[in-house]
Design a protein around this ligand. Structure first.
Ligand code: SAH
Ligand code: SF4
Length: 350
């Protein structure tokens, strides 16, 4: 059994650990500061922590849980990391450079069980969940890379849109978000964090109840059950008449907006009629919903799906706009390095 990653602990859990081992509480603040502010890569670098205490930490926790296996840089500055976990599984993490800052796209599971028929991640079934430490360690590894290469640069945004279904790993996701947000540590503002789910309605209620103030995005991709069940099998478990009330609950409870993600697939979900169905589905909630239209990233194994023509994308956008729906088109990052969800990892097949 391998040791737990030190990045798995929230500040309160680290404090409780020190108290259990009869150390003063301020040791937790010191260690936290070394981990997330100074971002050391070895315990021995924590120079103001007594050696006995470091030995005890060493005995209980693993420090570096990720090994860089591959790194690819795109012409637009996007960097894709393939990290190896302690049990040899590979996961993807992507750093994207925007005008507004640097964002990291993180993975939450090794593979994914949701099996959406257009997605490269769904090709490889879930092998296991990532621990909260392994989720946090992805941001730390990218930040430590920046600290070495470009010390002025800091990760400012996190999107939970890598491999896996975050709400199928709910507890570890919530702990990881608490750690990323912690004011004494990385202090990534909640409004700079976005979690994307394929629509596990029961967990949308739970997420509303924990109310972390982060952004929520839902992968809708189709405006009716027939089509959605065809491309996303999760819709058979949580059809639109179950999903939409969960969305309404989330809006009521958190007072925050929700993004509906919609991949445009040629001749499948991209007609004017589909756009109008989507308007109908959003209905009265339009004030609180933003639709994000996503150009499809072709996947070799899913030849039946093609990217919509640019004109169809614009027409879809116009129809939504004319009906008063707030709408944006997602820019692509790193298309030349297979930055679409799960594509790079699927080449290595583990
Ligand atoms: N499992 C979560 C989060 C990871 S996927 C979810 O499904 O929401 C992140 C986003 O990328 C989702 O909206 C997903 O539907 C979309 N996606 C998957 N494969 C894609 C592809 N080939 N091209 C464009 N978007 C894709
Ligand atoms: Fe899983 Fe999301 Fe891909 Fe669906 S789109 S298979 S939920 S990673």
């Amino acid at each position: 059994m391998s040791k737990e990653s030190i990045y798995s602990l929230t500040f309160d859990q680290l404090t409780a650990w020190f108290i259990e081992y009869k150390y003063k509480q301020h040791r937790a603040s010191q260690v936290w500061n070394w981990l997330y502010r100074k971002r050391v890569t070895r315990l021995s670098e924590m120079t103001d922590v007594p050696e006995k205490c470091l030995d005890l930490l060493e005995e209980h926790f693993a420090f570096c849980s990720l090994t860089e296996y591959l790194r690819q840089e795109s012409q637009d500055g996007t960097i894709k990391f393939l990290f190896q976990l302690h049990d040899n599984h590979l996961i993807e993490t992507v750093l994207m450079k925007h005008k507004f800052g640097l964002s990291v796209c993180v993975t939450t599971q090794v593979g994914c069980n949701m099996g959406c028929s257009f997605c490269a991640s769904g090709l490889l079934n879930k092998k296991r969940d990532l621990s909260s430490g392994e989720i946090v360690a992805q941001i730390m590894a990218v930040q430590q890379y920046l600290d070495r290469e470009n010390p002025a640069e800091q990760v400012s945004h996190v999107v939970v849109m890598g491999i896996g279904e975050p709400f199928d790993n709910f507890t570890n996701l919530v702990s990881a978000l608490q750690i990323l947000k912690d004011q004494k540590g990385l202090a990534i503002p909640a409004r700079h964090i976005t979690v994307s789910t394929s629509g596990l309605a029961d967990k949308i209620y739970d997420f509303a109840d924990v109310n972390l103030r982060v952004n929520l995005a839902i992968s809708l991709h189709a405006p009716n059950n027939e089509l959605r069940s065809r491309i996303m099998k999760i819709n058979r478990l949580f059809p639109l008449e179950t999903l939409m009330p969960a969305v309404a609950y989330y809006l009521r409870k958190t007072n925050r907006r929700i993004t509906l993600e919609y991949i445009l697939l040629k001749d499948l979900n991209d007609s004017k009629e589909h756009a109008l169905q989507l308007v109908g589905l959003i209905g009265e909630k339009r004030q609180f919903i933003n639709v994000n239209l996503i150009p499809y990233n072709p996947v070799d194994e899913h030849q039946q799906y093609r990217r919509s023509e640019h004109d169809s994308l614009l027409a879809f956008y116009d129809t939504l706009k004319k009906q008063g729906i707030s709408c944006s088109i997602r820019l692509e990052h790193g298309a030349d390095i297979e930055a679409a969800c799960g594509q790079l990892r699927s080449r290595y097949n583990r």
